[in-house]
Design a protein around this ligand. Sequence first.
Ligand code: ZN
Length: 165
Amino acid sequence: MVRVGLQISATLENIDKLETSHPDYPFFVKLTCTNCGDKSDKWHDITESERVDRTGQTRNAAGSNFVMKCKMCGRENSIDIVEKSNVAYTADDAGHFKTIVVFDCRGVEPVEFSPRAGWRVSSSENGQSFEDVDLSDDDWVDYDQKNNNSVGVYEFASKFIKLKK
Ligand code: ZN
């Protein structure tokens, strides 16, 4: 089993905190099979609050957050989000990469991340909060009516790193 961390980096304008709406946030990732090296072209979503069993049916408490049979080598692979590994990206982190979630990977590893919608933003100085923020364009701008200033997430970037056990 390998632990892989998702790191994000962004520039924040008048924002205290950027976080996913975990445990219901779907992490869309592209995967590579560590057995045969095949990389999926498709985006797969991994959600902490959802579990699937070997047949791919949802709502099985004994299952994993993600299960996939590799098309190339036929091996069955799975991924789980490490409980309580979700953390917010804060104003102090801006401009630097920070690990915001950790995946337990068995036979398959995420290699690419697509942020999409479902982020939460808390503005600086007790300003407005925003739900379901969409980072599909790697940038997001809105207006904080409480503080009368603009808020924004810019230059969103992400990468995966292997963590030491
Ligand atoms: Zn494979």
